[in-house]
Design a protein around this ligand. Structure first.
Ligand code: CMP
Length: 137
């Protein structure tokens, strides 16, 4: 069914000039970008976005990383887009993400404390609704 998802180009992706590459892959797949902005996320917003990771060892490094530069937030629409974008993005760890995916083709391990993996995509329709409310109001 028609769905919406939240895609973030994380600070590593923006720093590496991969905004266009990520959006091009989304558009080539046939999904539609219906909201787009460049933001410097504040801690409060990120704590809400990553509430399921509170208390994990990588939580603080993750927030530091996400505050290390601007982020592109996109609302993306299409049938099955929540699962479809996760498939485009590939596995969380770019070292093992399949070639052909965003993380598999463009990501690698840089030795950081947190996994820097270029993009975020909502993991379910419910998460997408929650996350879109946080980033797009
Ligand atoms: P994301 O899809 O944005 O959701 C949580 C993020 O935390 C994830 O991408 C990675 O950037 C990071 N992450 C997840 N698991 C780990 C881990 N085990 N160690 C370090 N960072 C992680």
């Amino acid at each position: 069914q028609q769905e919406q998802t939240l895609v973030l180009v994380k600070p590593d992706g923006v720093r590496r000039n991969l905004i266009g590459e990520v959006l091009a892959r989304i558009e080539r797949k046939g999904y539609v970008v219906t909201g787009l902005k460049l933001v410097e996320a504040e801690r409060e917003l990120l704590e809400k976005h990553y509430e399921e990771h509170v208390g994990k060892p990588f939580f603080e490094p993750l927030l530091e990383f996400m505050m290390s530069g601007p982020i592109v937030a996109a609302r993306v629409e299409g049938h099955g887009v929540v699962e479809g974008f996760r498939s485009l993005a590939g596995a969380t760890n770019p070292t093992t993400a399949a070639p052909g995916t965003i993380r598999g083709d463009l990501g690698r391990d840089w030795g950081a404390k947190v996994i820097e993996n270029i993009v975020h995509g909502s993991d379910s329709v419910d998460s997408a609704e929650r996350e879109l409310a946080i980033w797009f109001g």
